[in-house]
Write a protein that binds this ligand. Structure first.
Ligand SMILES: Nc1ncnc2c1ncn2[C@@H]1O[C@H](COP(=O)(O)OP(=O)(O)O)[C@@H](O)[C@H]1O
Ligand SMILES: [Mg+2]
Length: 244
């Protein structure tokens, strides 16, 4: 469970996150949605211990992130798999090596790494592409490698930052289906950061809508979208946005 209470963060005297509070429960597919520049990535960086915050609290499974030492932060991060828009794969390494990377960093047993890597490559349907490098793969296949890598340390949490933004709609659909299949068979909690409302509608059970560093709407996804609030209308570009 991740609890965020009255979180505030400024960068260069600019308030980037303004009094943010919400709770993510085990098993949620939790959407953090908002336009570009609304503070989504900054919020994620605070949750994952990459960035400090000015006040308020973030606790993950009862541990306050700002009070942890660096090795404790490493343990928290070990329990989170990250998936990014640009896939963030090592260009010179093949599929198996990319998937195995976190396990090698944590110096797991070599036999176990080999077994697990193949298992994960199969899970994401890449068993016939194991020895290809990223440039030999499509965008969707590269994101599958990143998903397998994110799962390699059996994390409790997966954080996806705009992870479908570089993909076409049909590839996006297959990646979302894959993620939901994986989720079905586990207790994973998934945090999905996106500016794409269709992604949020398709997979998230709850969402918060971020606008200029503030939460302007939140709740169950179906409720948030069905009540057609002004926050959601702005997000969908239905209101006058002549300055955008
Ligand atoms: N290192 C930084 N220095 C100055 N401004 C920053 C920095 N990082 C983020 N910002 C500002 O914070 C705001 C939120 O950015 P970000 O969290 O990346 O938003 P999002 O992920 O929603 O696009 C933006 O206005 C951005 O310009
Ligand atoms: Mg971002």
């Amino acid at each position: 469970m991740i609890e965020i209470c009255n979180l505030k963060k400024s960068i260069n005297n600019k308030n980037i996150l303004k009094d943010i509070s919400f709770t993510i429960e085990e098993g949620d597919v939790f959407g953090i949605i908002g336009k570009s520049g609304s503070g989504k990535t900054t919020l994620l960086d605070c949750i994952s211990g990459l960035k400090s915050y000015d006040s308020g609290s973030i606790s993950i499974d009862g541990k306050e992130i700002s009070k942890l030492n660096s090795s404790e932060v490493r343990s928290v991060r070990k329990n989170i798999g990250f998936i990014f828009q640009d896939f963030s794969l090592l260009k010179r390494r093949n599929v198996l090596d990319n998937i195995a990377l976190p396990m090698k960093c944590w110096k797991l047993d070599k036999g176990l790494i080999k077994e697990k890597t193949l298992e994960l490559a199969t899970l994401v349907d890449l068993e016939d592409h194991c020895y290809k490098r990223p440039k030999e793969l499509s965008g969707g296949q590269q994101q599958r490698v990143a998903i397998a890598r994110a799962l390699s340390l059996d994390p409790q949490y997966i954080i996806c930052d705009e992870f479908t933004s570089a993909l076409d709609p049909s590839t996006t659909n297959s990646i979302l289906n894959l993620l939901m299949d994986i989720k079905k068979n586990s207790k994973l909690t998934i945090i999905v950061v996106t500016h794409d409302m269709n992604v949020a509608k398709k997979i998230c059970n709850k969402v918060v809508v971020l606008e200029d560093g503030q939460i302007v709407d939140s709740g169950y996804t179906t409720d948030v979208f069905s009540k057609d609030s002004s926050a959601v209308r702005r997000l969908l570009g239905k209101e006058d946005d002549k300055n955008e």
